[in-house]
Design a protein around this ligand. Structure first.
Ligand code: DQA
Length: 142
């Protein structure tokens, strides 16, 4: 099984960025956690990060026929991007949405997620562990 893990804008700045909300671990540590969990489940996971909406749309389109599942933290695009939702709907790859913080208990504008309209599950408020939960869910281990 091959899983594509997509991270949206500003997640490259993990550790530096509002650590009281997003934690002190950096993006490299997140990559290491994902690699460890994927290896434990016996699956392959590729990490991808972009600050650009169109680049994320391209990546989702390119995933067609190559990946069995997607884990996506669309970051700020969660709340704005119909284009990312449409790309996911087009390729029909099983997808789990992840947020480090609990978007339901923050500002009003974070409570709506376009990606949730397609994702089979949304995990939020568990920090890096949310990615582990998503991978385990997709490989049927949770
Ligand atoms: C986030 C939540 C979003 O509202 C925010 O714009 C992010 C990160 C999270 O992981 O908690 O960039 O997706």
């Amino acid at each position: 099984m091959k899983i594509l893990v997509i991270n949206g804008p500003n997640l490259n700045l993990l550790g530096l960025r509002e650590p009281e909300i997003y934690g002190r671990g950096d993006y490299k540590a997140l990559c290491a956690k994902v690699a460890e969990v994927a290896a434990g489940c016996g699956v392959e996971a590729d990490m991808f990060q972009s600050n650009h909406e169109g680049v994320i749309v391209d990546k989702i389109q390119e995933a067609y026929g190559k990946y069995d599942a997607i884990v996506i933290n669309p970051a700020a695009y969660t709340h704005t991007s119909v284009a990312i939702l449409d790309a996911l709907k087009a390729v029909q790859i099983p997808t789990v949405e992840v947020h480090l913080s609990d978007i339901n208990t923050r500002e009003e504008f974070r409570k709506h997620s376009y990606v949730s309209l397609y994702a089979q599950r949304t995990i939020c408020g568990h920090g890096f562990e949310g990615y582990a939960m998503a991978i385990r869910h997709l490989c049927g281990k949770e």
